[in-house]
Design a protein around this ligand. Structure first.
Ligand code: NAD
Ligand code: MN
Length: 357
């Protein structure tokens, strides 16, 4: 029997509700399959840990995580602790420490869910957004001078390297090449940002030569936001910078019905280090502790993790179960249902157990 070592880090807010739900579903899939088992270790890192220790994760946390096949992550964020501490202290530390440079964000309108777009037809929204996850606008470069004075200046410098842009373009072309429509939109803002963004366009054209089967085009990020709303069916695979894709993928999540169903993978495609799988949403202060968080984003995340660790049939079984439960209307309030986290989880587990191969 295959064994996969999974590090679970629920962290904060609804992360502590959706990750345990995700683990129950994963164990049900392993049991149903009979071919693999999951050896899960829970890590209590996050803002409570920070309050006790002054750190968001153990000092040797990255060393510890290196031994795992994948990281299953909830969300960080706390009303009492500044976001830059919680984000940089845990989530970004893992992303950067493990060079998880490709952030993959699939978007589809699941059966039973309604897009807020009036005209959208089933299948119109079927996108994969590839987000550059290691440099760009979130490289952490910049500074402040003359603090508090009228002449105060703050800079936030985006860093783009040939190696960094080339590898994310290759990842995006690879993904586009494996999808039925084989279409890639390279998003920039090269009209206004004339250094880094023009560089992106140039590197895209270079990498494109190795993928003659992929149709590709350029689009400016503002036009892309409008196009996602007005012509969703014209979009397939998208690649964009850290900042641009961050914003576009939240829009994508909302257009698919709710942030509560949007999954993501932070991949190190070289597989030198473990990759990290998480729902896109945050810790959701407004609903944390109430047991009503939508666990579907986490289930979809779990399916991406299963695929990554080589359990594609279990991933497919999980998505089929999720789609069935959504189609049956067993949904949480954010997508118009009345079920709570527990009821959706129970229904998905029942669908997994009942499914025929
Ligand atoms: P959020 O995603 O936590 O919540 C936005 C809105 O969506 C809220 O109304 C929330 O109730 C709703 N929502 C989100 N996930 C849901 C789910 N699974 N089911 C039902 N409703 C859901 O974003 P925010 O409010 O901007 O941020 C709250 C905190 O989370 C902040 O501290 C922020 O920095 C952090 N955050 C962390 C991550 C992460 O860990 N990856 C991502 C985004 C935000
Ligand atoms: Mn975001």
């Amino acid at each position: 029997m295959r064994t996969h070592r999974i590090a679970a880090i629920p962290a904060d807010g609804i992360g502590k509700e959706v990750i345990p739900a995700g683990l129950r579903v994963l164990h049900a899939l392993a049991e149903r399959s009979g071919d693999f088992r999951l050896d899960v270790t829970d890590f209590p890192w996050g803002t409570d840990y920070y309050r006790e220790t002054g750190r968001m994760m153990a000092e040797d946390g990255l060393e510890t995580l290196k031994g795992f096949d994948a990281i299953f992550f909830g969300a960080v964020g706390d009303q009492q602790v500044p976001d830059d501490i919680t984000l940089w202290g845990l989530r970004l530390r893992i992303c950067q420490g493990f060079d998880q440079y490709a952030n993959i964000r699939p978007t589809r309108v699941l059966p039973g869910l309604t897009s807020p777009l009036r005209t959208v037809q089933p299948g119109d929204i079927d996108w994969v957004i590839v987000r550059e996850n290691s440099e760009g606008e979130y490289a952490g470069h910049g500074g402040r001078a003359h603090r508090g004075h009228p002449e105060e200046v703050a800079t936030e410098t985006a860093i783009f390297t040939r190696a960094g842009v080339t590898r994310i373009m290759k990842t995006a072309f690879e993904i586009a090449a494996k999808r039925p429509r084989k279409k890639l939109t390279v998003v920039t803002k090269s009209n206004a940002q004339k250094h880094g963004m023009v560089f992106w366009d140039e590197v895209a054209a270079e990498v494109a030569r190795d993928y003659p089967g992929v149709t590709w085009e350029k689009e400016l990020v503002d036009a892309m936001a409008a196009r996602m709303v007005q012509k969703p069916a014209s979009i397939d695979t998208v690649v964009a910078t850290n900042l641009h894709a961050d914003i576009l993928s939240d829009l994508a999540g909302a257009l698919a019905g709710s942030l509560g169903v949007a999954p993501t993978a932070n991949l190190d495609p070289s597989r030198r280090f473990p990759s990290m799988f998480e729902p896109i949403h945050g810790s959701a202060f407004d609903i944390a502790g109430k047991g009503v968080a939508n666990p579907v984003a986490t289930f979809w995340t779990a399916a991406m993790m299963l695929e990554h660790i080589g359990e594609a049939p279990a991933a497919a079984r999980l998505m089929a179960a999720v789609e069935r439960v959504c189609a049956d209307g067993v949904m949480t309030a954010d997508v118009g249902g009345t079920a709570d986290t527990e009821q959706v989880t129970g229904a998905v587990i029942a669908a997994i157990r009942g499914a025929n191969d």
